[in-house]
Write a protein that binds this ligand. Structure first.
Ligand code: FMN
Length: 416
C-alpha cells in the first residue's frame, strides 16, 4: 500500500539528508519510483497521476485487495526452465503485461509516450497510447518498430473518430482499446484543490508556485519537451498551444449518449482487434462479447471514476465465470508487483495492464527507470512461477491458489 511505503515515508521526513538518501538508494519497486516521481513532479501533476475519485476508497481497494489472494507454495518440481512468454491479442509478449493508456503521460517526462513505447519494446510488451496522450501516434510509431495499441474514447464528432481510427491504422496500430467507463470524467478532488478546473488568477498563481519549486522538471519537460498539447487531436482543437483550452474542448467532447449500438458501429469500422476497457460487471462482459469485442479489460479506471465500486481483483472471478476462459480477459487496477501479476493470472486473467507504476518510473527514473521496473516485474513473476512450481504462463490457474486461505474462486468477490 503506497500510503506508508518506505519511499514516501522518507520524503515525509523532509530535509536535505533524506533527499540525498533517496537519490543514492537503489529503487526496487513501483513504490520507490513513486517517491521519486513525487520529488520530481510539480504537485498538481503528481496529484493528477497519483489520485483517484472522491475519497479514493476504490483506489485503495485496488491496491490492497490483491494482497488478500494467497498462493500455493509447491516444492520439488523441476523448475529449471521457467518461461514468462505469452500471447495477448494475438501478439507474442515476453510477459503478459501491457502498459495502460495514461492521458498526459508526456507531461510526466520529456516526450513521455515515446520513452515508454521504447521501454515497452525493449521489454517485449505492448504499449498503449491514450487518445489524450501528448505525443501523436505517428511520433510514437516512428520511434519504435513494435506497433502500439491505440486507446480511444468515444467523442461526439463521429467523423473525428473515423479519422482517428484511420490515423492509428495508418501508423501501424492493429489493437484498439476502446474505453467505455468514462461517459464523463470522475470527481477528482486533488485536481480541484490544485486548481485544475479553474482558470482564474488564483489557479494560475497556485500552479506557478508549484512549478517554480520543480526547476528540474521545468527545464527538462516544460522547456525542452514541447509541444505540450494533445498530439492526436492537435489538428481539431482550437487554440492548439493552450492546454486548458484543450481540456475544456475534450471535456465537452466526451459523449455520454454512447450505447452498445455505437460499439456495433465501431466494430464495423475497425478491422483490427477490438478490446473494451472499463468493464466491471458480468452482464456487461457478456454483452461486450456478444457485440463482437475480441476481448475485455476488467477495470475501474484505476479508481478514478466511481468511488465505491469494487476492485479489479474482487470482480475478476465473476467476470471470468460470465464469459469463460475463451475470451481474452485482461485486468488492471493496483497491480504493483510480479506477484500481483501472478495472482491476476491465477484468478483467470490472460494478462494485466499497469498504469501509474510506469509513469512513476518514467517521471522518477527516466527510460532507464522504466526499463528497471519492467525487468524487476518480470523477474518477480518468474520467481513466483518457480516457487509455485509452474513453468509456463498458460499453466497458471486456480490450482496455484491456496485453497485454505482463499474463498472459492467464484466467491472471492463476495468476501472482500
Ligand atoms: C493519470 C492517469 C491517466 C489515465 N488516462 C487514461 C486514458 O487516457 N485512457 C484510458 O483508457 N485510461 C486512462 N487511465 C486509466 C488507466 O489506463 C488504467 O486503467 C489504470 O491506471 C490502472 O490502474 P493502476 O494505475 O492502479 O495500474 C488513466 C489513469 C491514470 C492514473
Amino acid at each position: 500500500m503506497h500510503h506508508d511505503g518506505p519511499g514516501s515515508g522518507a520524503l515525509h521526513c523532509g530535509g536535505g539528508l533524506t533527499a540525498m538518501t533517496l537519490k543514492l538508494s537503489y529503487p526496487a519497486t513501483a513504490e520507490d519510483y513513486r517517491a521519486r516521481a513525487r520529488a520530481r513532479l510539480p504537485r498538481f501533476l503528481f496529484d493528477y497521476l497519483d489520485g483517484g475519485a472522491t475519497d479514493e476508497q476504490t483506489l485503495r481497494a485496488n491496491e490492497t485487495e490483491w494482497d488478500g489472494i494467497k498462493l500455493r507454495q509447491r516444492v520439488l518440481i523441476d523448475v529449471d526452465q521457467v518461461d514468462t512468454t505469452s500471447t495477448l491479442a494475438g501478439e507474442t509478449c515476453d510477459m503478459p503485461v501491457v502498459l495502460a493508456p495514461l492521458g498526459l503521460a508526456g507531461m510526466m517526462a520529456r516526450r513521455g509516450e515515446v520513452q515508454a513505447a521504447r521501454s515497452a519494446e525493449a521489454a517485449g510488451i505492448p504499449f498503449t497510447l491514450s487518445t489524450v496522450g501528448i505525443c501523436p501516434v505517428e511520433e510514437v510509431q516512428t520511434s519504435v518498430s513494435r506497433a502500439a495499441w491505440f486507446q480511444l474514447y468515444m467523442i461526439r464528432d463521429r467523423a473525428r473518430i473515423e479519422a482517428l481510427l484511420d490515423k492509428a491504422w495508418a501508423a501501424g496500430c492493429r489493437t484498439l482499446v476502446f474505453t467505455v467507463d468514462l461517459p464523463q470524467p470522475g470527481m477528482r478532488h486533488r485536481d480541484f484543490r490544485n486548481g485544475l478546473s479553474s482558470s482564474g488568477a488564483r489557479a494560475k498563481a497556485l500552479k506557478a508556485v508549484q512549478l517554480l519549486s520543480r526547476p528540474g522538471w521545468l527545464w527538462d519537460v516544460a522547456v525542452r519537451g514541447g509541444p505540450l498539447n494533445f498530439g492526436n487531436l492537435s489538428d481539431v482543437v482550437p487554440n492548439a498551444g493552450d492546454l486548458d483550452a484543450f481540456k475544456s474542448w475534450i471535456d465537452a467532447q466526451f459523449d455520454p449518449t454512447v450505447t452498445w449500438a455505437d460499439i456495433e458501429w465501431l466494430r464495423r469500422h475497425w478491422k483490427g482487434t477490438l478490446l473494451l476497457k472499463g468493464i466491471l460487471d458480468g452482464e456487461d462482459a457478456r454483452q461486450a462479447v456478444s457485440v463482437g469485442a475480441d476481448g475485455i479489460i476488467v477495470s475501474n479506471h484505476g479508481g478514478r471514476q466511481l468511488d465505491g465500486v469494487a476492485s479489479g481483483a474482487s470482480k475478476l472471478p465473476e467476470i471470468v465465470a460470465a464469459v469463460g476462459s475463451e475470451t481474452e480477459l485482461l485486468v488492471d487496477g493496483g497491480i504493483r508487483s510480479g506477484v500481483d501479476i501472478f495472482r491476476a493470472l491465477a484468478l483467470g486473467a490472460r494478462g494485466v495492464m499497469i498504469g501509474r507504476p510506469w509513469a512513476w518510473a518514467l517521471a522518477g527514473g527516466g527510460e532507464a527507470g522504466l526499463n528497471n521496473l519492467l525487468a524487476s516485474l518480470q523477474q518477480e513473476l518468474r520467481l513466483a512461477m518457480t516457487l509455485t512450481g509452474v513453468t509456463r504462463i498458460a499453466d497458471i490457474g486456480t490450482d496455484q491458489l491456496d485453497r485454505n486461505s482463499n474463498p472459492e474462486p467464484g466467491k472471492l468477490g463476495e468476501q472482500q
